[in-house]
Design a protein around this ligand. Sequence first.
Ligand SMILES: NC(=O)c1ccc[n+]([C@@H]2O[C@H](COP(=O)([O-])OP(=O)(O)OC[C@H]3O[C@@H](n4cnc5c(N)ncnc54)[C@H](OP(=O)(O)O)[C@@H]3O)[C@@H](O)[C@H]2O)c1
Length: 336
Amino acid sequence: MTNRRFILRRRPVGDPVPEDFELVSEPIPDVPAGGLVVRNHYCSLDPAQRGWMDDAPSYMPPIPLGEPVRATTVGEVYASDNPDFPVGSWVMNLSGIEEYSAVELGHFTAPIDIGMVDSPSKFLSAMGAVGLTAYFGMLEVAKPKAGETLCVSGAAGAVGSVVGQIGKIHGCRVIGIAGGAEKCRRLIEDYGFDVAIDYRGKSREDLVEEIAKAAPDGLDMVFENVGGDILEAEVHNLAKKARIVLCGLISEYNSVEKHGLQNLWQLIVHQASIHGFLIMDYADRFPEGGAQIAQWIAEGKVRIDEDVQEGIENTYDAFMRLFSGKNTGKLVLKIA
Ligand SMILES: NC(=O)c1ccc[n+]([C@@H]2O[C@H](COP(=O)([O-])OP(=O)(O)OC[C@H]3O[C@@H](n4cnc5c(N)ncnc54)[C@H](OP(=O)(O)O)[C@@H]3O)[C@@H](O)[C@H]2O)c1
């Protein structure tokens, strides 16, 4: 009985390469006093993990070299020294990409009822940070009003697709920017967006023009997941008092040279605001957000897709799907 662990060996420079990681086999850990050993079944693969691999100031410390890549996981208690978490019960946890995690209970470990869902992976998608990021980013920062225009980048991805659907629930006109014809088709047919813009092969000027055509009165809200030229093209098309939710900058996570916004002046011109958003800020309100998302899903108003890849030995290839755009929905790795 061994524990395979997906270790960060060295810090990636630019695009991560397989040599930055190593799959090692170690003995299953002992149970920490008052804690647990969890058999991880599903690991969340998130763009944020790329940032945690860098030794740069962030909202979390860098992943230590020689330790598994940090991930939110869902798993079954394998051994326990805590009566609140009996063997066989299920938990959600911030641990690492490894088959077994020794868990000293902290504020991120939570029991889950997998009887509520058709797959435990749902706790990483519909019942996890994806829906909550879209919910709090939209409701608390963007504050949509009926008749307004919302533009979301990374629109066919996990967070982006839910953002657009919440915009529709609130009576907004929703423009999505995504890569490729198939993703654009899904924006309209699967998620109910009004306009889909394919950014691939387009210059910043092309994007400025396409957004202007889709939103002649300007963008009241921008939900930004990508950054770079896409953000710049959106900022060229703001309406007065526009709100920009800065949720992610995935186009820059692997860049050694960061892009930087060249047209900040437009924020002054349009008296617009830009708000750096972090889902952890809303942790004490997760039950409220989760209940609303669950209700919208039950009512058929929100659809959340998953892209489940299998095998801890395939972690690198699975993770890189986020940057090639191959993932179709919330990317999850099944390791048990
Ligand atoms: N602030 C927070 O609290 C918070 C929480 C969760 C997520 N996020 C952020 O939300 C964003 C989306 O995360 P997610 O988990 O939902 O991932 P996702 O959107 O499901 O997957 C990432 C997508 O990004 C797009 N992409 C990758 N490289 C790109 C590039 N160079 N230019 C344009 N698009 C690119 C790809 O779609 P295409 O095929 O369309 O290119 C890819 O499918 C990320 O920026 C993430 O960091 C922030």
